[in-house]
Design a protein around this ligand. Structure first.
Ligand SMILES: Nc1ncnc2c1ncn2[C@@H]1O[C@H](COP(=O)(O)OP(=O)(O)OP(=O)(O)O)[C@@H](O)[C@H]1O
Ligand SMILES: Cc1ncc(CO)c(N)n1
Ligand SMILES: [Mg+2]
Length: 539
């Protein structure tokens, strides 16, 4: 079979060729009068994305990609179908537009009944369809609008009529929170300018921003071969380059739809735009990585597996990330030398710290053999599970996996948070030790959950550890997009002054010797907890 795609076709069948019928009209029910809604004891909101896009028969892109991406990220996805396409791994063979009246009806049906958080658009093949969408968006308000201006598929096939360009630029973009063109689409939107470099992508982002969206992301998936896949983000003032590994794979059909619907899902869950883009980029990269050797179809560009996480047992089914930053409040870090000095086993020390009120525990065991470490870690897991306190392992991903710990804490010279995330999966907690705003930024980009920042005071627990002082701690906390726990020389005398700093993101203190280099670990922990609680009460 030949792998070369057929020439692009955009066949606009007349609406009359679609068989249609009118269903009997039912009145729209208001939530107040709806009996089954009143009967519900407790309402649980579900982040909701509505995708307005085309169907892809090969299910790698379009509506099918959007529904899968949202499901993978924990959002509900309703769909308004604008066109039905015949496509496969070789390209697009046919396009049939859904009649405009039926698109209007679909929008009305969903938006009048369900509380949609975010609308995401994909293939909007005609100017009339864009007009109808704009009218619906004026009628029903949503939290955010993500516009993926789908015009050309990666296979080079046209997916929209040229007359849509004006409507995108003059109508829809002004309503959009973010617009996410790939380089070919950015070029079309700007009258055919050529985009070859990052500087060109920045210029394009700046020009598209002038059409009115709050943010622009120019995607570089289709840029010439390089080791990185770079997307350029612009907020009207600053540029952010989102850089990821370029996965060597042919299975990239639908990356753009997936990225945009993942951004929409994260926004629906309450993320900031920057965070939503970073999560979406990480998600696409991981999905491509896990799918790089899959084979579906005979053409040059295959789909990838949005639900790859389901194949990574035992970490995923039912184990979405449940990290609560408040658990950093009193963070106990064990030390085997100290335990030995006082005749405590690791298990006894952990039990005592939890009895005293530790809110999270990290096993940091530098001079213990792996087998003994794993046995102790398993015993500590039982103790922590029964009291609902998360247990993390310092540095040793292997031990964390073997005892099914809640997560791992890594330093700057350990393997990166990004690699740890690959190994542990999305449901686990990852912390990174950071001393500078740049390290804090990197940890966030790598998908960490929290930062450990220090040494705040001089400490003997860790050799050659420069002291940051309050100023260094504040600089990291202010720059961080993640919650922070302060560490280094913190004890009952100075813990209050750390928490009294009241800087954003500072959630608690991590303590080693002030808890474990003492005879009675539970008393020391209780004492420290009451000091921290009294500062929190005054705040
Ligand atoms: N091989 C790859 N490895 C890693 N990331 C990639 C790769 N290809 C694309 N991406 C990423 O996927 C996202 C979508 O970008 P891309 O430029 O492919 O969009 P698109 O052309 O609109 O996609 P499509 O038309 O296939 O749906 C971007 O974040 C991009 O960096
Ligand atoms: C239906 C549809 N929407 C979007 C794209 C872009 O990938 C595609 N190939 N097909
Ligand atoms: Mg692409």
């Amino acid at each position: 079979m030949s792998c070369s795609p057929p020439p692009p076709i955009l066949r606009l069948h007349p609406p009359s060729s679609i068989s249609s019928f009118s269903s009997p009209r039912r009145p729209h029910l208001s939530p107040r009068t709806c009996p089954w809604r009143l009967a519900a004891a407790r309402e649980m909101p579900w982040p909701h994305v509505l995708t307005v896009a085309g169907s892809d028969s090969s299910a790698g892109a379009g509506i099918q990609a959007d529904v899968k991406a949202c499901a993978a990220l924990g959002a509900y996805c309703s769909s308004v179908i604008t066109a039905v396409t015949a496509q496969n791994t070789a390209g697009v063979q046919g396009v049939h537009l859904v009649p405009e009246e039926l698109i209007r009806e679909q929008l009305q049906s969903v938006l009048s009944d369900m509380s949609v958080d975010v609308v995401k658009t994909g293939m909007l093949p005609s100017a009339g369809i864009i007009k109808i969408l704009c009218e619906s968006l004026q009628k029903f308000s949503v939290k955010a609008l993500v516009v993926d201006p789908v015009m050309v598929s990666t296979s080079g096939d046209s997916l929209s009529d040229p007359s849509t360009l004006t409507y995108y630029r003059d109508e829809l973009f002004a309503m959009a929170d973010i617009v996410t063109p790939n380089v070919k689409e950015a070029s079309k939107l700007l009258g055919g300018v050529s985009l070859h470099t990052i500087a060109d992508m920045r210029d394009a982002a700046e020009s598209i921003y002038k059409f009115g969206p709050r943010y622009v992301l120019v995607k570089g998936g289709d840029m010439p071969d390089s080791s990185e896949a770079i997307d350029v983000f612009y907020d009207g003032k600053e540029f952010v380059e989102f850089r990821g590994h370029r996965i060597k794979t042919h299975n990239t059909h639908g990356t753009g739809c997936t990225l945009a619907s993942s951004i929409a899902a994260e926004l629906a869950k309450g993320s900031s735009m920057l965070n939503a883009v970073q999560v979406a980029k990480n998600f696409v990269e991981s999905a491509l990585h896990h799918s790089k050797d899959l084979v579906i179809g005979n053409g040059p560009q295959g789909p990838f597996d949005h639900l790859f996480r389901l194949k990574c047992p035992p970490y995923n089914i039912g184990s979405e990330r449940r990290f609560n930053p408040d658990s950093l409040f009193l963070y106990a870090v064990t030390d085997s030398r100290m335990n030995k000095r006082w005749g405590h086993s690791i298990e006894d020390a952990v039990k005592a710290a939890i009895e005293g009120g530790a809110t999270i525990v990290q096993l940091r065991e530098k001079d213990i053999e792996s087998r003994a470490f794993l046995e102790a870690a398993k015993a500590c897991m039982d103790i922590c599970r029964s009291s609902g306190v998360p247990l993390l392992i310092n540095d040793r991903v292997d031990i964390a996996l073997a005892c099914n710990a809640d997560g791992v804490h890594v330093g700057q010279s350990d393997i990166s948070a990004r690699e740890v995330r690959e190994l542990l999966g999305p449901g686990k907690i990852i912390g990174v030790s950071c001393k500078t705003p740049a390290q804090a930024e990197q940890a966030w980009r790598d998908g960490a959950d929290y930062l450990g920042c220090g040494g705040v005071f001089p400490t003997t627990t860790k050799a050659n550890n420069p002291t940051l002082g309050f100023e260094g701690l504040k600089a990291v906390c202010l720059a961080s997009k993640l919650p922070v726990v302060a560490i280094g020389g913190i004890n009952a005398t100075n813990a209050g002054s750390v928490m009294e700093l009241g800087v954003p993101n500072l959630k608690g203190v991590a303590v080693v010797s002030a808890l474990f280099d003492r005879e009675c670990v539970s008393t020391e922990t209780r004492n420290l907890r009451s000091i921290l609680t009294s500062v929190r009460c005054l705040a």
